[in-house]
Design a protein around this ligand. Structure first.
Ligand code: NAP
Length: 537
């Protein structure tokens, strides 16, 4: 046992990360009078919205829904300016919440958690920071975000590139001016689709390197109509409550009809109406679009014609049309994405025809072609859902390493906790709706569940809580069974871990907010069924 193990001082909780999850977790634990501390690698709060400062970054859930609902005063006071808020505005909102609820003194910035080990018998965790400091805490809450560890592609010569290389998920805070520069963007996910139209406005030339095309629908972003805002705020709490009954926990104007319950003409009209409104709500046009391949095909055909109409060159348009089911990779929401390809200085390289072989100084090389550039933008996504957690040396009972336990894929009961790691909670972990839902409400639901659990444990003098392996196995199986009923496993998405070399392929998020919330509530009502609660050892 090291000297630090004998430390008398044990705080109630260490929270890893000061994004929306960490901020609210701190607030809830303080409300109980507990001593909690957030450890944050960045120099400010905001998580995703702190790191992803690439041009064009915005939310793809309407701002009026992409916000906290725990405080009626907060949601009444805060004024979003646009239908989809910019990264800057969301970051300001996060900072405002911290200031409004007096949370700043509970956050240690510029500090990274390297390891956390469970001290069996003491029912507490030792948390090691990169500063050398060690903290002891009864609980550790991983509020590390689902999309926070950037995925750097394994391309020969990338680290030796003679030009600047930027990752959209770790963008310079001062911004990047691409004026008169030849820019190469690798990747065509949401981050590329949001950033390339703005990069194209500045750059001398833009070359987009596409491995797999994505579906995207216009955002039709606009200033928020004060009348709409007033109307929604007049029943904000009620509106939020209604959203819990919706599949994705968000108001997408869900239609509870099959795509085949209507005629072809009527379906086409409905698609046109949804398209004219823009945004992710398209996928709620019919209740079987993400469950039935034939229904999905009707939407695919529609998107194909829309993409073709936005791109002048038919051969190029063909390359921009995905062959995968729509929705199985997250649908993107854009502002003038496809139109960039109608500009003479923008070109697309289809990596299926000519893969990138290496980076050579200032050139991206594919086969025999060298694309000379002045800057490389990696819009290559994230090691999603597990990356940030697995980055930390987490050891539970008997020294069990989480990296070993999850080597063949993550296992977590309800996405909230993992067997063998008592008193360690995950906010929106694998096995919870998380990225298949509106993240903000899902974060709140998890934080409240964890907070209530800690309060329960303290009231009943329980020292530890640990999921049962059987319950965990059954839940992981159920998550997969549900996924198999949908189109989601049908492509190489980050939901499956397929975007990261060597990562095990397991479908990670849980599909269906209402049954999930019901299950969480039932577990609590049954006295934390599927968990073992222990009193003092
Ligand atoms: P992403 O969707 O994973 O896209 C990464 C892109 O990089 C894909 O096109 C991928 O191709 C490509 N790629 C990865 N490695 C590559 C390699 N070695 N060579 C060539 N291409 C490579 O990542 P993202 O765009 O950052 O978005 C991730 C998620 O973050 C989104 O799905 C969304 O949930 C969230 N997000 C949301 C917004 C928003 O609108 N609010 C904006 C950005 C991100 P493959 O498809 O072939 O793997």
């Amino acid at each position: 046992m090291t000297k630090a193990d004998k430390s008398d001082k044990t705080i109630d909780a260490v929270i890893v990360g000061a994004g929306f999850a960490g901020i609210y977790m701190l607030y809830k634990l303080r409300q109980q009078g507990l001593e909690a501390r957030i450890i944050e690698a960045g120099s400010g709060v905001g998580g995703t919205w702190y790191w992803n400062r690439y041009p064009g970054a915005r939310c793809d859930i309407p701002s009026m829904q992409y916000s906290y609902q725990f405080s009626e005063d907060l949601q009444q006071e805060w004024e979003w300016s646009e239908k989809y808020a910019t990264q800057g505005e969301i970051l300001t909102y996060a900072e405002h919440v911290v200031q409004r609820f007096g949370l700043a003194d509970g956050i240690t910035f510029n500090s990274r958690v390297l390891a956390t080990h469970y001290l069996g018998g003491e029912e507490r965790w030792r948390v090691e920071l990169d500063s050398g400091e060690e903290i002891h805490a009864r609980f550790v809450v991983m509020a590390t975000g689902c999309l926070s560890k950037p995925n750097y592609p394994n391309i020969e010569g990338l680290n030796e590139a003679s030009v600047p290389v930027y990752h959209t998920g770790n963008w310079p805070h001062d911004g990047v001016d691409f004026t008169n520069r030849r820019v190469g963007v690798i990747g065509t996910g949401s981050s590329a689709i949001q950033s390339t139209p703005i990069i194209a406005e500045q750059a001398q030339s833009l070359t987009v390197f596409q491995r797999t095309p994505n579906y995207s629908i216009p955002a039709y972003n606009e200033p928020l109509d004060p009348g709409y805002v007033a109307q929604l705020k007049s029943r904000y709490a009620e509106y939020r409550q209604e959203n819990w009954a919706r599949g994705f926990g968000a108001d997408f104007d869900d239609n509870d009809q099959s795509a085949f319950a209507v005629s072809d003409d009527e379906r086409q009209r409905a698609y046109e109406e949804r398209w004219a409104k823009g945004g992710l709500a398209f996928l709620a046009a019919y209740n079987d679009l993400v469950f039935d391949m034939d229904a999905n095909d009707t939407a695919r055909e529609f998107f194909k014609s829309k993409i073709a109409a936005r791109v002048d060159d038919p051969a190029l348009a063909e390359k921009l049309v995905p062959s995968t089911p729509i929705g199985c990779k997250r649908l993107c929401v854009d502002t003038h994405y496809y139109e960039i390809y109608n500009q003479a200085h923008v070109s697309l390289v289809d990596l299926n025809e000519t893969p990138i072989t290496r980076i050579e100084g200032n050139a991206i090389v594919t086969g025999t072609t060298r694309y000379e550039i002045d800057a490389i933008v990696l819009a290559t996504g994230f090691d999603a859902m597990t990356g940030a957690v697995m980055n930390i040396d987490i050891r539970g009972e008997n020294g069990l390493r989480l990296q070993d336990k999850w080597a063949a894929g993550p296992k977590a009961y309800l996405g909230l906790a993992t067997a063998g790691f008592p008193n360690l909670f995950l906010v929106t972990g694998p096995g919870s709706p998380s990225v298949l839902s509106n993240m903000l409400p899902s974060i709140e639901q998890h934080v409240e569940w964890i907070s209530d659990c800690i309060e329960f444990m303290n009231r009943h003098q329980h020292r530890s809580i640990n999921p049962d392996r059987d319950a965990e196995e059954a839940w992981v199986e159920h998550v997969n069974e549900v996924a198999q009923t949908s189109v989601y496993p049908g492509c190489n998405s980050w939901y499956l871990g397929a975007n990261v070399e060597g990562k095990s392929r397991v479908f990670m998020p849980y599909l269906g907010v209402p049954p999930y919330v019901e299950k969480c509530d039932e577990v609590v009502a049954a006295g934390y069924e599927g968990f073992t609660l222990s009193s003092a050892s």
